[in-house]
Design a binder for this molecule. Structure first.
Ligand SMILES: [Zn+2]
Length: 123
């Protein structure tokens, strides 16, 4: 179960992500007109951005929220978290605290948030 505090991030996250649309898949050129369309047509993938060994990509637990597969199979990333760095930091802390409180991992919490976001958008 997500805490009320975490749930309060869901609407702002949806708002930020929505700003990125319309968005085009660079592989098959499918255009996603809005976030809802995107969520309906794509499959969430991966768990967590593990980063690269050389450090050129930092490990980011929020990869779980933003990586999806286009219908063509290519990976697309929504970078909604980058819009407001301040909020990203707060959100990160809340997720990590919540994971500790529930004796689980941030990844589990983020999976729940992802489900919640997707459900909210398509409903
Ligand atoms: Zn595609």
């Amino acid at each position: 179960m997500l805490s009320e505090k975490l749930k309060s991030f869901i609407n702002p996250i949806i708002d930020f992500c929505s700003l990125e649309f319309p968005k085009k898949c660079s592989c098959c050129e499918t255009e996603y007109v809005d976030f809802k369309h995107f969520i309906e047509q794509t499959t969430p993938i991966g768990s967590v951005t593990g980063g690269t060994p050389d450090g050129s990509v930092k490990r980011d637990i929020f990869g779980i929220l933003s990586w999806v597969n286009c219908a063509c199979g290519s990976t697309m990333i929504i970078s909604c978290m980058d819009v407001q760095k301040g909020m990203y930091q707060i959100f990160k802390e809340v997720v990590i605290n919540e994971a500790q409180t529930q004796n689980t991992t941030p990844e589990t919490i983020l999976n729940e948030i992802r489900q919640e976001i997707r459900q909210k958008i398509v409903s």
